[in-house]
Design a protein. Sequence first.
Length: 71
Amino acid sequence: MKSLPKVGGNLRGLYLVAKMLVQLTPEYFSYYKKDFHPSEIDHSKILNYWKNRLANEYQVASFMEVAKTIH
């Protein structure tokens, strides 16, 4: 009975994992196309996000200059 309240949290976790897998499936299968090249996928938004975050929040010196050019 004590673990009954945790069922909701576990169901939410399963939902989030399933959602992640559904969202990643198209990109995963694109690697199996005959003429695929990794540069076809534009990752610039997420790269800029993490460069800014590493530069601003964690003060990673190598990203400090890159973050200035992104803004």
